[in-house]
Design a protein around this ligand. Sequence first.
Ligand SMILES: Cc1cc2nc3c(=O)[nH]c(=O)nc-3n(C[C@H](O)[C@H](O)[C@H](O)COP(=O)(O)OP(=O)(O)OC[C@H]3O[C@@H](n4cnc5c(N)ncnc54)[C@H](O)[C@@H]3O)c2cc1C
Length: 477
Amino acid sequence: MANNDYTTVTEAIVSQLQEICGAAHVVYKDEKVLQRYARDQVPQDQQARSPEVVVKPESAEQIAAIVQLANRERIPVTPRAAGSGLSGGAVPIFGGILLSVERMNRILEIDTANLMAVVEPGVITNRLDAALAEYGLFFAGYPMSEEFCFIGGNVAENAGGGRAIKYGVTGHYIHGLEVVTPTGDIVHLGGKRIKDVTGYDLVHLMVGSEGTLGIFTKIFVKLLPRPTSRTATLALFPDAESAISAIPDVMTSGRLIPTAIEYMDRFSFSSAAKDLKKDFPYDLLGAALLFEVDGNSADVVKAEAETIAGICANRGAVAQYVAGNEADIEEFWKIRKQIPWIIKRYSPQQSIEDIVVPIAQIPAIVALLQEIAEKYDTMIPVFGHAGDGNLHATPMKNPEHTLEHWEAMLPELKEELYRATAKLGGTISGEHGIGHKRRDFMRLVMSEAELDLLRKIKTALDPNNILNPGKIIPDAT
Ligand SMILES: Cc1cc2nc3c(=O)[nH]c(=O)nc-3n(C[C@H](O)[C@H](O)[C@H](O)COP(=O)(O)OP(=O)(O)OC[C@H]3O[C@@H](n4cnc5c(N)ncnc54)[C@H](O)[C@@H]3O)c2cc1C
């Protein structure tokens, strides 16, 4: 049997799944509902596929029983959280069983004595943060999809986001996991301990494994004291170079690490801000930076925001705005958060990319992206987390081109974009993951020996290739 030859889900298998989860929590032959699980936020139809059956378990024991059945029958199992992913990770590309953790949505414990929370994977990220706020605590992971993504999806993608420059990415805060392995065992990795070097660091092998090495059923999240104050500075620059030159200056001469530094190019910022009916000197604008700072003294935080505004002015900013209150901060962030949606509205045919380069290379990659856009007669707006070099370059279909033309040229354009990124010391994904969207491009950034290490890990844990097959690792040549 070839590695990707799987058994079709039959009525007999569905009966067994119903016995495990309860009939009400198994969806079969209801095309309308099955289709809701056929895609994540990757728009291309070629990257979508309906599962044969959806199961919605409520415990690790139920998940273990499903995975054991899948191994016996050789049926692929694709874990799914909120489906907000941008790399096709939760798409069941071989059909089979789609395992949704949507019912596993309890915050099990907020342990203030140990500064740890224990949660199920289906908790919405923002809901966790809101619950922690009542205790003066917070979870520093902050993907921009926090209003709808689940913590389980964040751990599986090792999500980054706006606060990564100061606080790091999701994985920094994951100290323990309960996991159902690809062969159906329930294991407990790590826990509430801050230090633990007992054996290999399996917790962080699981973090970022995109549902291919295990299914998380409990997550131990390290908490921080919640800063009592924050504010933001929005600075508009004539071009990308002057904007990017302000970033290291803020940290060296400003002697501070902002919570967030977001970059928006002219098209991204203007389209989003105009859509929100904001008045800015658009004619002078080449690029914008949004900084956030936080801390426990309102005076210090305000002074830091003013320092940033001064540095931006010295670096040629044409306008700087320091938020006066919480509402202003939210208004600045609204512009940044509006960008992916406005690009999608402008052109439903687009490909949001997630390249990451050393920060000093941002002007170089922005210039190369412009050259690529001109070569392919299309637009590539750029926005993202400038503080850590993670840019969402987003090739868009030129409305004058046919769909066939766009579909034929996109892989070529992407390859050129990724090659340019790699040449500057960057790589193809900083936070959205590889999934199957970027799988075929892995050879541009990893050698065959490196890919072979990934294959060996996958085979050791998942000998039957049951768990989320077809993701991350390209087939051996
Ligand atoms: C508007 C918008 C803004 C975004 N901003 C950011 C951002 O700032 N930073 C960022 O990092 N991402 C961002 N994303 C991408 C996305 O929201 C993140 O990747 C998020 O972490 C995915 O979570 P999810 O719950 O939607 O997971 P899903 O998309 O459902 O799944 C993601 C992966 O996790 C696996 N998985 C799900 N549950 C489990 C589990 N219990 N155990 C093991 N594996 C599991 C799936 O198989 C899949 O491979 C954004 C997306 C959108 C649409």
